[in-house]
Ligand binder design. Structure first.
Ligand code: ADP
Ligand code: MG
Length: 298
């Protein structure tokens, strides 16, 4: 029995570790800064535009070549505008964000910023121009100040404070026993979901990116924190080229364009009012969420 259960035990442990590794993958890529199969070409250009246009052209992609996830994605985010993506979980929304940040290269089609294919840009300038506010922000086992400064490590003390103020987290921080030096994470302060998202917003503000990605940035929050954080996110997005992945439709009503994704394809697109008038999938999702919200309030 022992002989049999030991390998099974090992297998279970390995499974958990692999799963954990997948969860932390984005952070890992960030830390490594360079993946083996995504490299700068020798003549890579530096992305310099402060108001870029992003274009996905017939993008096809699969994590595994045997299973295509994106099946021909076409859209453009005009300079300074906001495009929102909605759709069921698993439809490929976060994959769009991962490709734009160039965690992976497309299998077919292209993604371009101001007409420059991502593959022709240096990764440092690409990733320096994009900030992602995810659903669950990874905080490092370090001080809260470090966690904000991670957005731009060379930033000065005053810039860190200004970003924290703008994200409405400064007053909270100076109220902590060690202020900006207070450790957070496993061995330190436990932050609430809303506080973590404010750290993420401060981090993004400090980075001052020309391209912003929100990936279900408020979906882990209760509705009160969600409204407060949403207001900060809206302000952060002003004047920046923004991709919003949303699970609550009320947060994307004002987007310049909304894309509805299903199984790796865009099945509807338009403004909120256009999509409601279309009376298709988006309209159905909208009705459903309205009813759920009414029920929650009743
Ligand atoms: P969404 O954000 O819309 O919920 P994703 O873009 O995260 O969807 O995922 C789309 C599909 O790709 C899902 O079927 C998911 O299981 C798969 N997928 C996502 N990440 C990976 C990965 N790292 N390796 C393999 N498959 C993945
Ligand atoms: Mg997702």
């Amino acid at each position: 029995l022992l002989q049999l259960s030991a390998p099974l035990f090992m297998l279970g442990m390995m499974y958990r570790e692999v799963k954990q590794a997948l969860t932390n993958m984005e952070r890992l890529f960030d830390l490594l800064d360079e993946r083996q199969d995504v490299r700068d070409s020798s003549d890579a250009e530096v992305l310099a535009s402060s108001h870029p246009t992003v274009a996905f052209r017939n993008v096809r992609f699969g994590y595994d070549p045997r299973r295509e996830i994106l099946k021909g994605i076409d859209f453009e985010i005009a300079s300074g505008s906001t495009v929102a993506v909605v759709g069921h979980s698993g439809s490929g929304k976060s994959t769009l964000a991962r490709l734009l940040y160039r965690f992976y290269d497309v299998d077919a089609g292209s993604i371009a910023i101001d007409g420059h294919d991502l593959r022709a840009l240096t990764q440092a300038s690409l990733r320096g121009s994009i900030a992602i506010v995810p659903q669950d922000t990874v905080l490092f086992n370090d001080s809260i100040g470090y966690n904000i400064r991670y957005g731009r490590p060379e930033a000065g003390e005053d810039e860190v404070v200004a970003a924290a103020r703008a994200a409405h987290i400064h007053d909270f921080i100076v109220g902590l026993p060690d202020g900006y030096d207070t450790p957070v994470g496993e061995r330190g302060l436990k932050l609430s979901g809303g506080e973590k998202q404010r750290v993420a917003i401060a981090r993004a503000l400090l980075k001052n990116p020309s391209i912003l990605i929100f990936d279900e940035a408020t979906s882990a929050l209760d509705s009160k924190s969600e409204r407060a954080i949403q207001a900060e996110l809206d302000r952060l997005a002003i004047g920046r080229t923004t991709l919003v992945i949303a699970h609550r439709l009320s947060t994307v009503m004002d987007a310049d364009q909304i894309l509805v994704m299903d199984a790796g394809r865009i099945i509807e697109r338009g403004t909120h009012s256009q999509l409601r008038a279309l009376d298709g999938v988006y309209a159905q999702m909208w009705e459903l969420q309205q009813r759920q919200e009414d029920a929650a309030l009743a």
